[in-house]
Ligand binder design. Structure first.
Ligand SMILES: [Zn+2]
Length: 169
């Protein structure tokens, strides 16, 4: 069964007890979490983030470079002042290279020049070492001209086998 067919029923159960309809648009606790789209990662419960508290920006890997558009909106228009970068153990971003993924896409559609040109434009921003990727993302944000200078930036690793987080920087 397609996943979306379950949404109305599951949402009805959620909405039946929903009582947070008066939350403000800006995040109450003024922070951003950047993390991976991995299905085992769920920042709200793993970090105790209540509805309305924070902006959670997710992408493949929790890569800072991929989050800049959202960070500028979050800081300049919605008042966030702290950023926490979370990468995690067992991340798929440790398991491939951009060159390999480009070949996978091209091999699935041989001779399609439009597909080849489109995928060649994408840097998938994979990484080879967890601690180093966290450190380099923190540095990237601290040095980025569009990130506010007084922003507190920290870097973390979430362990998918224990449920625990550890701070890297
Ligand atoms: Zn991941």
């Amino acid at each position: 069964m397609a996943a979306h067919l379950e949404f109305p029923k599951r949402n009805a159960a959620y909405a039946a007890t929903f009582d947070k309809g008066d939350l403000a648009l800006p995040p109450a606790k003024k922070y951003i979490v950047i993390t991976c789209m991995d299905a085992r990662v769920e920042p709200a419960s793993q970090l105790g983030i209540e509805l309305g508290d924070a902006h959670v920006i997710r992408n493949a890997g929790g890569v800072a470079q991929d989050a800049i558009r959202s960070i500028v909106i979050s800081q300049r228009l919605l008042g966030t002042r702290e950023i926490a970068v979370f990468h995690h153990t067992g991340c798929g971003m440790l398991l491939f290279t951009t060159e390999h993924l480009r070949e996978v896409v091209k091999d699935a559609d041989p001779g399609n020049a439009v597909v080849a040109e489109a995928v060649d434009k994408i840097d998938f921003l994979e990484f080879g070492h967890l601690q180093e990727s966290v450190k380099s993302d923190v540095k990237f944000l601290q040095e980025h001209p569009l990130v506010l200078k007084d922003t507190k930036v920290t870097g973390w690793i979430y362990d998918v086998t224990t449920g625990k987080v550890s701070q890297v920087v």
